[in-house]
Design a protein around this ligand. Sequence first.
Ligand code: C2O
Ligand code: CU
Length: 458
Amino acid sequence: MKLTRRQILTTGAALALLPRRAFAAMPELVAAESRQQIAPGGYPETAIWSYGGGTPGTEIRVPQGGRVSRRLVNRLPQPTAVHWHGIRIDNTMDGVPGLTQEAVPQGGSFDYDFELPDAGTYWYHSHNRSMEQVARGLYGPLIVDEPKAPDIDRDIVLMLDDWRLDPETAALDGNFDNGHDLSHAGRFGNLLTVNGRFDPAFEVKNGERLRLRLVNAANARVLEVGLDGLEGWIVALDGMPLESPLVVSGAFPLAPAQRADLFVDVTAESGAAASLLSIERDGGYGLCRFDVTGQAAQARRTAPEALPPNPLPEIGDLAAAPLHEMRLQGGAMRWLDSAMLGDTEMGGRELAQLGKFWALNGRADRPEAPFLDAARGSLHRIAFVNETNFDHGMHLHGHHFRLIGANGTPGPWRDTVLVPPGETRQIALVADNPGKWLLHCHMLGHAMSGMTSWFRVA
Ligand code: C2O
Ligand code: CU
């Protein structure tokens, strides 16, 4: 481990050089084993890993332009690191072991201290063995408040997760890297939770306007989210405000790591319950309930205005921007014939024996050379071409990008794009944040079994 200035500077003379801020104790974010009632009442508690004693971890909430300062203290039985998902962050604080920092060993700590340029709904999660560590509960909400609070009655963070628990004991299934999950859709669970609980309830009033901040923290499951007894709009995706709020009609997809901010009005009557639903082939399942008691003080509001835009870069002339193709390859039924692993070309069978089932442009795992070497400030288009039989949620670190619509015009800002099997999604990226940035599938089992690359901005 590198010595920090604090450890080096021990003499009185040296102390005078110490920046003031170093004296203020940094609040700790302790990652440790704990227990929580994840399954419905009547089942035993589940042994989990968490930040600050429960999952989701401690809510971190800061005003836009403010800073997050947290000392990660690792009391887990494995090395770890924290990634601040969706934050256009200083590269050294991005939390990617082997790329931006060393993993924090057992008993070790790491000081994260960074600025928040954008308002919105973000989250933090482990980025070491994330396939296992996120599944065990190592994630939490990171909320950045707009300078002027929007006109709503309640602000509710809803972190959605999908747990694979033993149906008798409610113990977490510990078989994290089995080849079947890795080579198919990923680790699907058998219990959907909101904020680490089964079917929690919130008290609301008829006519109230709620801001629901949805975060899909699941390893692999793409949720189709629906509303019952609530009517409203999507106002932001992946933290970034939409230019105009989008009416929710029917279900909308939320891939792992994606967020959606909704403004919804409670239309269910007093005495009834509204709910957030997961729409599946055989119907809708309640994710959480809103128990309606009484009437809001004010009459129902008119449609909301857009949230104020974040200071995102201008997207220039798209037609002039270089187009880079990233082909998503492998997985069950489209098995890799061969791919590069490091500088070795390997056959599909050999790769499978090493637990590698996927490749990006013929490379499994993060290669030595970046997928893209971008000059700071340059505009690029990336086409994700899904040649596999599965969904992939491609995520870029350190940047948001604009999804390019079928008609070629720039759509919403996102940090994670869902690419369905056999389809292509094109994005536009202004590479304005210097450093080494991961680009990977956020189905965490896919990321670990080959679907990880990176790009460099200098
Ligand atoms: Cu949510 Cu590589 O991260
Ligand atoms: Cu994937």
